[in-house]
Design a binder for this molecule. Structure first.
Ligand SMILES: Nc1ncnc2c1ncn2[C@@H]1O[C@H](COP(=O)(O)OP(=O)(O)OP(=O)(O)O)[C@@H](O)[C@H]1O
Length: 251
């Protein structure tokens, strides 16, 4: 089966500094691949390179078998960026933000019934069905993240790329996301997901690719091989009792 993502020896620079130093990554249809590693190891840059936001300076990237330079089927890819503001100051409703995910498929035509149904389904999946008419600015951080996930789901992608989708999302919603990804992967959608903690996604993960210093440090092929306590954050490598205690009210 042809890989959905085939990245060989990928290199990239940001601000004149090498950030990816030869990353190999292959994801097949229906596979869920987790990208792990410490802060600054290159996870976000890798996924941003895959979705065409960071140009590679070397190596080869193929998407659905097509060299990225010739690739035009971007509507096949759903992308949830690292936590960001979907509508910085724009007075959009939750529904409008989620419906923007249909743009790639429908262009600037008005929403058709199938588009509206896809938006309804995505809102329901992330538990925001009753919040559609509210301004996106009224959502909490975790609800906002769920709206971004819904936006990616509305594209009904063949490849779903998510950068830390669990950040700030409560456990119940994490489980809903896990169930959704499980179903999508079962239908053949490939999933590439940056994670700091595996959480409820652990049972779904076919392979974990652990980055360090812009290179693949190692790959774990089965979830049971995954290092439960992999030190993704420098603080995680420290005994809990030795970690600095947060000082509420100081920030
Ligand atoms: N716009 C930029 N200009 C210069 N350097 C950058 C830029 N963005 C990221 N970097 C650097 O690239 C390296 C990799 O960053 P990246 O965001 O890919 O790491 P990450 O593994 O996703 O980290 P985190 O877990 O903190 O999100 C870091 O050293 C970072 O400082």
């Amino acid at each position: 089966m042809e890989p959905v993502i085939s990245l060989g020896n990928g290199t990239a620079e940001l601000g004149g500094h090498p950030v990816l130093r030869g990353v190999d990554l292959t994801v097949h249809p229906g596979e869920v691949v987790a990208l792990l590693g410490a802060n600054g190891s290159g996870k976000s840059t890798t996924v941003r390179a895959v979705v065409g936001q960071v140009p590679l300076t070397g190596g080869e990237l193929r998407l659905f078998g097509t060299p990225v330079r010739e690739f035009r089927d971007w509507q096949r890819i759903g992308y949830v960026p690292q936590r960001s503001t979907a509508a910085g100051g724009v007075p959009a409703t939750v529904r409008e933000i989620v419906a923007a995910g249909r743009l790639a498929r429908r262009g600037l035509r008005p929403l058709r019934r199938a588009d509206r149904a896809a938006v309804d389904r995505a809102l329901a999946v992330v538990g925001l069905a009753d919040r559609g008419r509210e301004p996106v600015g009224s959502l909490s951080g975790g609800q906002h993240q769920r709206a971004l996930i819904a936006r990616a789901l509305t594209t009904e992608p063949d490849l779903l790329v998510m950068d830390e989708p669990l950040a700030g999302v409560d456990l119940a919603s994490q489980q809903v996301l896990a169930d959704t990804l499980d179903r999508l992967a079962g239908e053949g959608t490939a999933v590439l997901v940056v994670l700091h903690e595996l959480g409820p996604l652990a049972p779904l993960i076919d392979r974990a690719v652990i980055l360090s210093g812009g290179r693949v440090e190692r790959t774990a092929d089965r979830p049971e091989q995954l290092p439960d306590a992999h030190p993704c954050h420098p603080a995680d490598a420290v005994e809990p009792s030795a970690r600095p205690q947060l000082q509420p009210g100081i920030l």
